[in-house]
Design a protein around this ligand. Structure first.
Ligand SMILES: [Fe+2]
Length: 241
């Protein structure tokens, strides 16, 4: 669905307990050249559904020329391999999460029948991935800014498009709650700082999260940060740091 000029959002299932087929939301941005950036393709098994949804919005999935991964968890990245094969797109992921993939991240894809899922998922190969850096990024006549936001995953990154007051948060935070900090690679204090960093983006009026509903409107964005900081204060009071 189109949420703003050049900004499309494809919501999926929301299940923070990560049991069964949990799938991330996907964001698509159109460039001035009508090429598409796709952020977090989600599960490969749901890629056809995603492509149909993109077509229903009058866009062509074949026009995807860049795939950006917010972090290296399978519900966000599994479909990247197939989508890159189909479109010839580059796939970008932060270097810290490429490193995380080699050391730990791959276990998320192979664990079966133990609370993750029933069958192994397809883990993107390191050779597929190009490093994504924090700071400015130009693509398709657009100017974006990437933020290092560890805490849920070591190399988690958030994607800001100032021209549209848009923020894409991956699993750093959602509507009403911060992301999980108990998974391998999660660090509570890093997460709290990442949320504080993002809250400093004063003009953002649309937040597209990796799961769940968007945060729509500046007032809702500010109210959401209030809820997140209350949650963070509670966690710190409990000694979760
Ligand atoms: Fe995640």
């Amino acid at each position: 669905m189109r949420l703003k000029d050049n900004v499309y959002f494809y919501p999926k299932s929301f299940d923070l307990d990560f049991v069964g087929e949990v799938n991330s939301n996907t964001v698509v941005i159109t460039g001035q050249d009508d090429k598409l950036i796709l952020i977090d393709p989600g599960l490969e098994s749901r890629l056809d559904d995603l492509k149909e949804a993109i077509k229903a919005d009058g866009l062509s999935p074949q026009d995807v020329s860049l795939i950006v991964l917010t972090h290296f968890h399978p519900d966000h990245v599994e479909g990247a391999t197939k989508l890159a094969e189909d479109t010839g797109s580059d796939v970008l992921l932060s270097e810290k999460d490429i490193d995380f993939l080699e050391k730990i991240g791959h276990v998320f894809f192979t664990k079966t029948k133990d609370g993750y899922r029933d069958v192994p998922l397809r883990c993107p190969q390191k050779s597929l991935l190009k490093p994504l850096f924090s700071g400015p990024m130009k693509w398709g006549g657009r100017e974006f800014r990437l933020y290092d936001t560890p805490g849920h995953s070591p190399g988690g990154m958030c994607f800001h498009w100032p021209e549209r007051d848009l923020l894409v948060t991956g699993d750093v935070y959602f509507l009403g709650t911060i992301g999980l900090i108990k998974l391998p690679g999660g660090v509570p204090s890093d997460m709290y700082q990442s949320v504080r960093t993002l809250s400093g983006l004063m003009d953002v009026d649309l937040v597209l999260c990796g799961h769940g509903k968007p945060v729509v409107g500046r007032e809702a964005v500010v109210d959401n940060y209030k809820a997140l900081f209350e949650e963070i204060d509670e966690k710190i009071a409990k000694g979760i740091v």
